[in-house]
Design a protein around this ligand. Structure first.
Ligand SMILES: Nc1ncnc2c1ncn2[C@@H]1O[C@H](COP(=O)(O)OP(=O)(O)OP(=O)(O)O)[C@@H](O)[C@H]1O
Length: 239
C-alpha cells in the first residue's frame, strides 16, 4: 500500500479508467451554501483499489456520487476512459452507469422480495442480457463471492456479511470497468468487514476493475493499493 496526496491530474492519466479534474460540488441549503467538494483531481487505474478516507462530512459520498455519475458537479469534469461523463446527456449517463459501473452500498440495497439470485440478476435485466445467458452469469457471480448454495434465499435469510456479498455479486455480474463502493462495510462487524474487503480487493485485482471505496475503518485501508484523504472537501495526504 502507498499513501499519496494527489494535487493534479496524474502522469498516468493515459492509462486511467476513471479520471476526475477540478471536481467541485456546492449544495444550496436553507442555511446557505455548503462547499462539499473543492477542486478534487483524481485518477484510478485498471486493477487499482483506491480507498478514500476522511472524517464524517468531509465529502466522501459526494465524491463517490460524482465519480459514479449519480450526481453532477457544480464544476469540474469526470472521464470514463476517453468518454467525458460530465459532457453526456442524462440518457447516455444512464447507459454508462448500467454498462460500465458497479455500485456497492453501505445498506446493501437489496430488494427484499427477491432471492439472492434474482437480486444479482437485476443489472443483467436492465442491460437486456438474454435470459439464456443470465442464469449462468448469476450462478458464476454468486459462486465468486462464495454464495453458490444461497441463491434462493431472500436477503432477510442471510447474514449482513452474506447480504453484502450478494451486493458485490450484483455490482460485478455485468463485468463493469469501475466499482464504486460507499462505506461497503459500515454495517458489518470488523471480522466480517475484513472478509468483505478481502473479497473486493481480490476481484478488483483479478478482473482489472478500477475501484473507489470510501471508509472510516483503518483496518480496511490495509487492503488498499492507494489511500487518499478528504478534509473539508479537499484531497490531502493520506495517513
Ligand atoms: N444534498 C445535500 N444538500 C446539502 N448539503 C449536503 C448534501 N449532501 C451532502 N451535503 C453536505 O456536504 C458535506 C459532505 O457530505 P458527504 O455526505 O459527502 O460527507 P461524507 O464524508 O460522506 O460523510 P459521512 O462519512 O458522514 O458519510 C457535508 O457538509 C454535508 O452536510
Amino acid at each position: 500500500m502507498s499513501v499519496v496526496s494527489q494535487t493534479g491530474p496524474d502522469a498516468d492519466a493515459g492509462t486511467a479508467i476513471l479520471r476526475a479534474e477540478g471536481l467541485t460540488r456546492v449544495f444550496g441549503t436553507g442555511a446557505g451554501q455548503v462547499h462539499a467538494l473543492k477542486g478534487v483531481d483524481l485518477t484510478v487505474a485498471p486493477g487499482e483499489l483506491l480507498v478514500v478516507r476522511g472524517p464524517s462530512g468531509s465529502g466522501k459520498t459526494t465524491l463517490l456520487n460524482l465519480l459514479g455519475g449519480l450526481d453532477h458537479p457544480t464544476s469540474g469534469r469526470v472521464w470514463l476512459s476517453e468518454a467525458e461523463v460530465t459532457a453526456m446527456r442524462e440518457r447516455e449517463v444512464l447507459a454508462a452507469r448500467q454498462r460500465r459501473i458497479g455500485y456497492v452500498f453501505q445498506s446493501f440495497g437489496l430488494v427484499p422480495v427477491l432471492s439472492a439470485a434474482e437480486n444479482v440478476e437485476v443489472p443483467l435485466r436492465l442491460r437486456r442480457t438474454p435470459a439464456a445467458e443470465r442464469g449462468e452469469r448469476v450462478r458464476a457471480a454468486l459462486e465468486a463471492v462464495g454464495l453458490a448454495g444461497h441463491a434462493r434465499q431472500r436477503p432477510y435469510e442471510l447474514s449482513g456479511g452474506q447480504q453484502q456479498r450478494v451486493g458485490i455479486a450484483r455490482a460485478l455480474v455485468a463485468e463493469p470497468e469501475v466499482l464504486i463502493a460507499d462505506e461497503p462495510t459500515g454495517q458489518l462487524d470488523s471480522a466480517t468487514a475484513a472478509v468483505v474487503m478481502d473479497l473486493i480487493r481480490d476481484v478488483v485485482h483479478e478482473r482489472g476493475v478500477a475501484a473507489v471505496v470510501s471508509t472510516h475503518d483503518p483496518i480496511l485501508m490495509e487492503r488498499a493499493d492507494r489511500v487518499v484523504e478528504l478534509h473539508d472537501g479537499t484531497l490531502a495526504a493520506g495517513g
